[in-house]
Ligand binder design. Structure first.
Ligand SMILES: *Cc1c(COP(=O)(O)O)cnc(C)c1O
Length: 422
């Protein structure tokens, strides 16, 4: 399928009069339509809730939009918890799915009333020592080990991942937590990342449903929710077929009807912690071609760099690129599209077929709405860009300002001897 940006050349030419490139731009209409589709797809489940994975796009303006659809926040650090609080999330709308958790974060999550999802058996004792008790509602993260395979092959390798408890530990954890006063239990598992197939959630759900039926039988614990976590992917490449969230919701419903309902557990709530699926396609990085270089290959230098989007440098990820105004032009050239870091992996695309690019052209780097801006770092002293929201009425609102040198130097502000220019 041809991938087209949600913004036009004319719109970008208007935006840059106020906000210079590079910037991340988010599409409010797209975010809303997708959030609504997620709610509809799981409307059959009375307790359903999506806890948006804050790490994907930690911006309160975007979280506020999701809040209108009754979404919560999935947090895994102190500042993510603070952001959920600032967005007015109450405890039942905050899931604290962390690992290697600092004890003060357990304490703060509990103070906010968040649901705590324990990554390890030993964290039961840590939590009790920290709080002085075990909360009534508690969740445990499960790692089945081995590989997670679906009809199209091996999807991921839980046996190699640091997360979660073994099956045996999980049974022991529920028994111990119950002894210590827990009343409502949840289970959580994240077994494959960026799955572009409607099978992942249904398959994971069936596995977890079968497990909680056994858990309830053996431990007598009341199972309140099954948290399918993240991992629902998006098509980064034009040849991939997008996930159909309605088909995914229906697949989970069938497993629910077949496994939980006959076991008398039809009141179990389904939770999700999608990050990528909620935001990735509804954000893009807009950058300008500022140099072209002909050596052993053809290079286009742009004003964004891996600081703005790390995925290509870090994982070799494909992000589709559109040259604005040349959407229909033939792809006659082969370019490396590169940023300015003193790192040869600072390439948004390698050997990419694109239309002829002229200096001054605006490029849209697609699908940066999740794990994009958020992963940024500050190598080479590069400053982070602004984040802008393309609102439903076509107007643009700044939802995070660009960093200034003062932000970069801020952590030296307790020293007097250096004077940085403002
Ligand atoms: C990263 C993460 C998510 C979100 O994953 P996506 O692939 O972006 O959907 C959800 N839950 C936990 C615990 C995570 O670490």
């Amino acid at each position: 399928m041809k991938k087209l940006p949600f913004v036009t050349k004319e719109q970008v030419e208007e935006i840059v009069k106020t906000y210079p490139t590079p910037f991340h731009l988010y599409d409010e209409a797209g975010i809303r339509a997708n959030a609504k589709a997620v709610q509809e797809a799981f409307a059959w489940n009375k307790g359903f809730r999506e806890y948006f994975a804050v790490k994907a796009t930690p911006n309160p303006f975007l979280i506020d939009i999701l809040k209108e659809y009754d979404f919560g926040c999935d947090c895994s650090s102190m500042t993510e918890l603070m952001m959920a609080k600032a967005c007015g999330m109450d405890g039942e709308h905050i899931m604290f799915s962390s690992n290697e958790t600092p004890l003060e974060e357990f304490a703060y999550a509990n103070e906010l009333g968040a649901i705590i999802n324990l990554d390890d058996f030993t964290h039961i004792q840590c939590l009790e020592d920290t709080l002085g008790y075990i909360p009534e509602t508690i969740s445990c993260r499960y790692n089945p080990g081995g590989v997670f395979a679906m009809s199209n092959g091996i999807m991921d390798n839980p046996g190699d991942s640091k997360y979660g408890m073994t099956r045996e530990q999980l049974f022991d954890a529920y028994k111990l937590l119950k002894e210590k006063g827990a009343k409502n239990f949840g289970i959580h598992a994240f077994l494959a990342s960026n799955t572009v197939t409607n099978e992942y959630y249904p398959k994971l759900a069936r596995q977890l449903f079968e497990l909680v039926v056994e858990l309830q039988k053996e431990t007598g614990c009341h199972i309140a929710f099954v948290n399918l976590s993240g991992g629902v992917g998006v098509p980064y490449t034009p040849d991939q077929e997008p996930n159909d969230i309605h088909a995914i919701g229906e697949g989970v419903r069938q497993a629910f009807e077949e496994v939980l309902v006959p076991a008398g557990m039809g009141d179990v709530a389904i939770y999700a912690e999608m990050g990528r699926f909620m935001m990735a396609p509804y954000g893009c990085l807009v950058t300008q071609a500022i140099h072209e270089k002909h050596i052993y290959k053809e290079y286009i230098g742009v004003d964004a760099c891996a600081v703005n989007l790390m995925r290509p440098a870090m994982y070799g990820s494909y992000h589709h690129i559109t040259v604005l105004g040349k959407e229909d032009a033939p792809c006659t050239e082969t370019y490396d599209i590169v940023g300015s870091l003193c790192e040869n992996n600072d390439k948004f695309a390698i050997d990419r077929k694109l239309p002829k690019i002229d200096k001054g052209d605006y490029l849209v780097i697609h699908d940066t709405g999740a794990h994009g801006f958020a992963m940024g770092y500050s190598y080479n002293g590069k400053l982070k860009s602004a984040e802008l929201l393309l609102q439903e009425d076509g107007s643009v609102k700044m939802i995070r300002r660009a960093e200034t040198p003062a932000d970069y130097f801020a952590t030296f502000d307790c020293f007097e001897q250096y004077k940085f220019e403002k």
